[in-house]
Design a protein around this ligand. Structure first.
Ligand SMILES: C[S@@+](CC[C@H](N)C(=O)[O-])C[C@H]1O[C@@H](n2cnc3c(N)ncnc32)[C@H](O)[C@@H]1O
Ligand code: SF4
Length: 397
């Protein structure tokens, strides 16, 4: 039976100094001065509109994502957090992450973010090789990245994530390993290690750069970087996420465990469980106990969202997740995790009985992709490597 999972809050801040040629995030080059105050007002109006879907619930994590949230001054972040916590209870120790582009780091700003309540920083480093950074169109070099992370540490941030990408144009295995070594030397709590993908509608997709490593080379980079991270005590707990013990990202873990989240800001996505159903959900969207799951997203373009936040026009769409669709959506998230999931959690998060996945589960176990021990289902090494194929088994016909 559907029950209320932990609730997170995602805040999208959509501007960047420059658009990177590989990036398909909802991020836009800043032209002229940015309307920080108006944007925070709009975020609060957006939150107010969603609040009836989450009355009385406690927020367990907040994530300022982008775009480049570190373009926002600390007082804007401070005002948003203060006002948001007057509307929703924040759990003690609530993780509050802010994504940071090293090229926007300024001395003094990190102290102010800390003062505002941010307790985790996520740096978009990508590489420590200046040639790679140039080819990626980044606005910073390796020395700037190094200095930014050190500045954050001096400001008292001990919970720091570093984003790295691998399989970069012109990169070989030794370079990929060097990037991980340089990252580890900065003593982060968490490393995200993403394979560069050519996303549709990006400059790189239209004109792929020369020298992108092939499939086998990328595979070697992943495996050997993973081993290097493991030696340093960073366990892979998700496809691209590595953490020191106890330093997993609570916010992302909640996504992968099919928790709930409010999403405010241009193009932000939210997902909410409503065990008692909702008048707007059609009967086909309800499970056998009358529970509903809503996916909601906001108008994507910053100017359009800003002009309409808090009104129906700012809702990009609402999708009520029909029971037939829930197993696939659940697996898309849970099977990214090394820990897998428990059948009890599956039932609580989807509102469906475990019998609803009996057949694909049997098939996945038969193929050696998943292991079931008691109540727990975990991906095997093969299942982890062929995640897409495993998840595909759970698609409704
Ligand atoms: C929203 S960005 C992080 C913060 C900030 N915007 C920055 O880039 O410095 C999230 C991360 O996704 C990763 N990423 C973005 N586009 C990617 C792509 N095409 N392939 C792989 N990883 C990508 C990058 O590591 C990036 O740091
Ligand atoms: S700075 Fe980050 S969000 Fe902005 S364009 Fe580059 S990768 Fe995308």
């Amino acid at each position: 039976m559907l029950s209320l999972p932990p609730l997170s809050l995602y805040v999208h801040l959509p501007w960047c100094v420059r658009k990177c040629p590989y990036c398909d995030f909802n991020s836009h080059e800043a032209r002229g001065s940015l309307p920080f105050e108006a944007y925070v007002d709009a975020l609060l109006a957006d939150l107010d509109q969603d609040l009836p879907l989450a009355w009385g619930r406690t927020v367990h994590s907040v994530f300022f994502g982008g775009g480049t949230p570190s373009l926002f001054p600390a007082d804007a972040i401070d005002r948003f957090l203060q006002q948001a916590s007057a509307r929703l209870r924040f759990a003690p120790g609530c993780e509050v992450t802010l994504e940071t582009n090293p090229g926007t780091a300024e001395h003094g700003r990190f102290e102010d973010y800390r003062g505002a309540g941010v307790n985790r920083l996520s740096f978009g480093i990508q590489s420590f090789d200046d040639g790679c950074l140039r080819r990626l169109g980044r606005i910073h070099d390796a020395a700037t990245a190094d200095a930014a992370v050190r500045m954050a540490r001096e400001a008292g941030f001990d919970n720091v994530n570093l984003d790295l990408m691998y399989a970069l144009p012109g990169q070989d295995l030794a370079m990929a390993l060097r990037d991980v070594e340089r990252a580890l030397a900065l003593r982060p709590a968490h490393v995200s290690h993403y394979q560069l993908t050519l996303e549709p509608n990006t400059v790189f997709a239209a004109r792929p750069p020369a020298g992108i490593p092939g499939h086998d080379d990328a595979w070697d980079m992943q495996a050997q970087c993973q081993a290097l991270l493991a030696d340093a005590g960073f366990a892979q707990y998700e496809v691209s996420a590595y953490a020191a013990p106890g330093r997993e990202c609570a916010h992302n873990l909640n996504y992968w465990r099919f928790g709930d989240y409010l999403g405010v800001g241009a193009g932000a996505h939210g997902k909410l469980s409503l065990p008692g159903g909702h008048p707007a959900a059609g009967v086909d969207a309800l499970d056998s106990n009358g529970g509903a799951i809503l996916r909601r997203w906001k108008a994507k373009h910053p100017a359009a969202w800003l002009a309409t936040a808090g009104t129906a026009a700012a809702i990009g769409g609402d999708e009520w997740l029909a029971p037939a669709r829930r197993p696939f959506d659940y697996m898309l998230n849970a099977l990214r995790l090394r820990e897998g999931f428990s059948l009890a959690a599956y039932e609580a998060r989807t509102g469906l009985a475990r019998t609803s996945i009996e057949s694909p589960l049997r098939e996945a176990v038969g193929r050696g992709w998943l292991a079931v021990v008691g109540d727990r289902v975990t991906p095997t090494e093969t299942g982890h490597a062929f995640n897409n194929d495993v998840v595909g088994l759970f698609l409704a016909d």
